[in-house]
Design a binder for this molecule. Structure first.
Ligand code: GLV
Length: 293
């Protein structure tokens, strides 16, 4: 919905179904006199001010769990496509540039037996780790806390971010966007990465400084990037990153399978209906609103 229209309607509405492009900030919420529930069609909630919702005692629903495997599949698809240069190969064929088989045509790197660093070992990061075990990868992870039981079950080793960036052949970002993770990967971090490294982002665009990434890709500081998410979104077609052969960008398709989007829609509707009925949301991101104090 157009933000002006939403602002004009917000005083009347009792339930709001929203998603990633909708900015739900404190100013908007303070005018939401009748709002009893917000249901977000996504797992990430960085487009809305969750603290303000909690203060105003508005329960917020979202869609965790149902999109984990599809999003992890997207991460592996992006990583493999980028490492093995599939988009460049596809463009070569489509543009009529493929003249003959050649032993040095579009040589890439390998995923199998490589060292992969996962930034954010939550539900999606863990699902990515499970898949990468099938590629015989050595798995590193970082995040705000060590996860000792996951270290055993997934065979992942904890490192601080700088050490992970120095050690990994491929780095996958799967952390939520918060003030602490905004521009987590900037110039200093890109400098730590190997010149042969791949950077994959399936989380949120602002985790990366886009100008620093474009410079790192242009100068060969890292080899390639594969992005499901960008900053801004949509990214303009004349953006430096879009014009680079070693940058694969897709339009925020992480959970975009028929079955998963249907499951997300069902969950979002269930959250909305529960909130309107005055019941506890099945998947509530701020359960503190139900505390009786
Ligand atoms: C997608 O990006 C989501 O947060 O569900």
């Amino acid at each position: 919905m157009d933000p002006g229209r939403l602002a004009a309607l917000i005083g009347e509405i009792e339930g709001l179904l929203c998603s990633i492009p909708d900015r739900i900030d404190r100013g908007l919420l303070e005018g939401a006199r009748n709002l009893r529930v917000i249901s977000q069609l996504a797992v990430g909630l960085d487009n809305l001010d969750l603290a303000a919702c909690t203060e105003l005692r508005i329960p917020v629903g979202h869609t965790p769990g149902v999109l984990t495997d599809t999003t992890a599949d997207t991460a592996i698809a992006l990583l493999l496509a980028s490492v093995r240069r599939l988009p460049e190969g596809e463009r070569l064929v489509r543009n009529g540039g493929w003249e003959r088989w050649s032993s040095d045509l579009l040589l890439g790197a390998d995923l199998h037996h490589s060292t992969v660093g996962i930034v954010g070992l939550g539900r999606i990061g863990s699902a990515i780790a499970r898949r990468l075990r099938g590629f015989d990868c050595r798995l590193l992870y970082t995040g705000p806390n060590r996860k000792v039981s996951a270290e055993e079950t997934l065979g992942v080793s904890y490192l601080q971010l700088p050490d992970l960036l120095r050690s990994a052949d491929h780095v996958i970002l799967s952390a939520p966007l918060r003030s602490e993770t905004r521009q987590l990967i900037g110039r200093a971090e890109l400098k730590l990465m190997k010149p042969t490294a791949t950077l994959v982002n399936i989380a949120r665009g602002p985790l990366i400084d886009p100008e620093a990434l474009a410079d790192a890709l242009a100068t060969g500081e890292i080899a390639r990037a594969a992005l499901d998410v960008t900053d801004p979104e949509p990214i303009p077609p004349d953006h430096r990153l879009v014009l680079m052969d070693n940058c694969l960008i897709i339009p925020h398709l992480g959970s975009a399978s028929h079955a998963t989007r249907k499951a997300m829609a069902q969950m979002a509707v269930d959250n909305l209906a529960a909130g309107l009925a005055g019941e506890r949301l099945p998947a509530c991101a701020n359960p503190e609103v139900y505390d009786s104090s």
